[in-house]
Design a binder for this molecule. Sequence first.
Ligand code: 48F
Length: 264
Amino acid sequence: MEEKISLAIVERFFEKLREHLAIDVAVVGAGPSGMVAARDLAAAGKKVAVFERKLAPGGGIWGGGMLFNEVVVQEDSLPILEDFGIGSRLCGEGRYTVDAVEMAAGLVFGACRAGAVFFNAVSVEDIVFKEDRVAGVVINWSPVTRLEMHVDPLVVTSRAVLDGTGHPSEIAALASRKAGIALATGSGGIMGERPMWVERGEESTVRDTKQLCPGLYVSGMAANNVSGGFRMGPIFGGMLKSGRKAAALILEEFSASEGVPGDD
Ligand code: 48F
């Protein structure tokens, strides 16, 4: 019995990994924006893997505001929560509170059920950059990177990479620093996050969710950091809408490159 349990885990895990070595979209970071994007892309039939450095996916959701585990969302993002079956309570003037644990768990579950596959405790430490486009991610176990063990990584190739790494925008920073890519920002580089201004931050998070260069997209707080947006704290409507927009942009690019069947 003992070895059968181990064998089942090893066989299924390696099957999952083998099936996801070449994928449509690599989502880096299982925060709210990355998980909404992963769910929408998987629901549209794309092969999606989510790489999350921590053991528990959910990013900055779990702790609510200052460890008070509730977050706030605006009315216009409720349809996204409803797609995941996540509940909310009116708290006034078009704003709603959501239990942070329900939101984190609900987004993880919804993305999984749509078909996105999570690789948790896995860090993206580099990108694949070929023929002038970002073409995949270089991954390693987070404990290996944390302990600075000298262990070579593995590679997952993808048609698109989504940087959903939050405040540090790690993937965009790698693209800029190591591949010398001029990003689609005012300066061509990382502009850096600005201080707190809720309304402006919420707006810019969605506006600056975009393609940064061929093969690389950005969502959530990473979009704000890349394009110099304001931070907004524990209000999450912009994050949810950013994830939905990122998925729509990627799907748009895919259908343009695939063309309409019988159109030529
Ligand atoms: O920061 P995060 O929650 O992403 P987000 O979608 O949402 C931001 C909000 O949570 C909050 C906020 C709302 O107003 O300001 O901060 O932008 O989650 C990002 C996830 O990415 C993981 C990290 O552990 C976190 O769970 N991550 C970061 N870098 C890497 C990574 C990496 N190199 N490889 C894998 N995962």
